[in-house]
Design a protein around this ligand. Sequence first.
Ligand code: NAD
Length: 291
Amino acid sequence: MKIIDGKKISNEVLDEIKNHVESRVNNRKKVPHLAAILVGDDGPSQTYVNSKIRACERVGFNSSLFKFNDNITEDELLNEITKINENKEIDGFIVQLPLPSNIDQEKILTQVSPEKDVDGFNPFNYGKMTLGIDTFIPATPAGIVELIKRYKIDLSGKQCLVIGRSQIVGRPISILLSQNQSFANATVTVAHSRSKELEKLCINSDLIISAIGIPKFLKSKMVSDNSIIIDVGISRVVDETSSKGYKIVGDVDFEDFSQRDVMITPVPGGVGPMTISMLLKNTLKACELKD
Ligand code: NAD
């Protein structure tokens, strides 16, 4: 088993961003500023937002956190987004998902100004991504693409199976990897909860990207030798030996692969850190586009 080290690559990307920020400061250019909107007190969402803010500090970005109670109305949240859209200090911002069920997520994401939409979820930017036009690529699929590029994985003509069809991971990565781009050109299949004969699809794939959120779903017997496995899943499972009472596991039964000849992203330390560094890369891009 060979590890695809997302933590290491993410650190490289963050160092590159830090160097950019330093040179911007030396040239008296604006310091990039990322803002995050957090609604409610969902534990994992708070953890993700905190890691994003910490990453901003690491690269020298400014950051702001806008926290709202989960009784905020849709109209109030739309107004808050308008204010951030108009705030010249903020270059890019994200709305941490999921939102409470009384708020229409689509309406909220559409309100985010496309120039500040560093998560790439505004339908305008999502459409551009689909058409292969330069834009903000959602951070998790962008992170997977970055791993593929930096590990010089050649996907041209290869069979790629994406398990999961969410708007934030499965759908966009399937679009990106099928495009006529040097890092892509794969033959992509998208599997989901209604797919039949998933084991057959897995065994015939050169690359498997799993984004379903079922702990240890993918077993060694389901994949062929020499395949590449990208584990996007993040699930909390009970772990009484840990002080937190839980541990994080992916969709892949990692230990089950220890004797197999495959390349694999660990959880934690794989796609997760890449997501954060790509969000910051998008924020730098948003800032530079205004120079
Ligand atoms: P989601 O939770 O919105 O949807 C899950 C998807 O899995 C659906 O498309 C569903 O059709 C599919 N699915 C469910 N059961 C299946 C089965 N038995 N066989 C085949 N497909 C099945 O998806 P999401 O928001 O992309 O999240 C997926 C996982 O990825 C979660 O664990 C989430 O926490 C994680 N995630 C990680 C990152 C990261 O940075 N590493 C980012 C986003 C999401």
